[in-house]
Design a protein around this ligand. Sequence first.
Ligand SMILES: Nc1ncnc2c1ncn2[C@@H]1O[C@H](COP(=O)(O)OP(=O)(O)O)[C@@H](O)[C@H]1O
Ligand SMILES: [Mg+2]
Length: 253
Amino acid sequence: MTAILEARGVTISFGGIKAVQDVALTVSKGELLGLIGPNGAGKTTFLRLLTGILRPHEGQILLGDVDVTHRSVDRRARAGLAVTHQIVRPFRAMTAVENVMLAAGHGFTRSPLRAFLHVSRVAAERRAMQLLERVGIADVARRLAGTLPLGQLKRLEVARALALDPQLLLLDEPLAGLNQNEASRLSDVITELNRDGITIVLVEHRLVEVLRIVDRLAMLDKGRLLAVGAPTAVMQRADVRAAYLGGADDAGD
Ligand SMILES: Nc1ncnc2c1ncn2[C@@H]1O[C@H](COP(=O)(O)OP(=O)(O)O)[C@@H](O)[C@H]1O
Ligand SMILES: [Mg+2]
């Protein structure tokens, strides 16, 4: 399998705490990898290191075979990397479709005039509508994001990430706060995106959904990669169970 992403011995500390410690992990092109771990394990920090929001104190991050450790968030995004955030922060006074158009806006910033050209706006809006359809919320495209319930905002967050046309999508707890029905529907969307060719790293606490959809499972504990492999094999390990049950306060469904 071809590696689309590789972390080599990645470490970062905050004050005295090693939030991510010597993590080595390879993501293969096309896979859907689950990343689990108790609260505070370093999952979000690890995703931030991958996207470039944070820089590691040690180690390297490669996209394909390119070392991007010192490259900006923007450059990594242009190389095909997109992320959704644990806490969704849409522009509440804009409609859902406008939020997606804005997320796709790197085209506009390179050519500001394009934003004022009607033809270009219509095309951008059509594409944004397609993305809303893809995540199943085209029916609320004209509603202000501030009026949408969490289940729809979580889908909007995925549509915004898709606007970057990513090859690799990092999802940080996309199912958090959703009811069972919403969680299961969004999991199905994630599976479809993966089948359509997007490689996905899914950070998630909802183990039932994670185990239903992922190809492979990795487990972080206290900043360290404790296990990685076939989901059932990882879940059967005594150290994984102990770490998970010992540290998680919302471990499951
Ligand atoms: N910006 C920061 N400043 C200080 N400590 C942080 C920061 N971000 C994360 N941490 C700490 O790093 C550890 C890992 O946090 P995080 O990556 O958010 O864990 P997870 O997403 O697995 O719950 C925690 O101890 C957290 O308090
Ligand atoms: Mg987190």
